[in-house]
Design a protein around this ligand. Structure first.
Ligand SMILES: [Zn+2]
Ligand SMILES: [Zn+2]
Length: 136
């Protein structure tokens, strides 16, 4: 079991399952949502996830045609990126975890829109957009 929470701890969640496909996302939306160079996300299966407290404090924002983002309405912590076209997973903002998920970052995505002031210094694979979407 993994647990997590927002900054003000009004929102708490638990995951009875694994987190996988951990990515650092450099898209402009993640940069703004996190106020950081990139956002770190891992895939979670909705059936294995539940709000332990503060579900009524979880606000959502339709960020694009492709996804809804959720955040704590009190402290603003980014929580989820929920794809419109896939019900089998959502991406969890890993910075909200209170436990070690075991999984480690596998890749950098949307490097094509990376902040000019940040330099990637690790050896992880980089994708201009999303794996499978980039030109070969
Ligand atoms: Zn909060
Ligand atoms: Zn992103």
């Amino acid at each position: 079991m993994l647990t997590g929470s927002c900054l003000c701890r009004a929102v708490r969640y638990r995951i009875d399952g694994a987190i996988d496909h951990v990515s650092h996302c450099h898209c402009g939306q993640c940069r703004k949502a996190h106020g950081a160079a990139f956002g770190s996300y891992g895939h979670v299966r909705p059936a294995e996830f539940r709000w332990e407290s503060g579900a009524d404090a979880v606000a959502s924002y339709r960020a694009s045609a492709h996804a809804t983002r959720t955040f704590c309405r009190h402290c603003g912590s980014t929580l989820q990126w929920i794809p419109a076209a896939h019900a089998e997973y959502f991406a969890l903002a890993l910075g909200t975890l209170d436990d070690d998920p075991g999984a480690r970052p596998e890749r950098h995505i949307f490097v094509g829109s990376k902040a000019p002031w940040f330099t990637i210094t690790d050896e992880l694979p980089q994708f201009a957009t999303y794996p499978g979407a980039d030109p070969a």
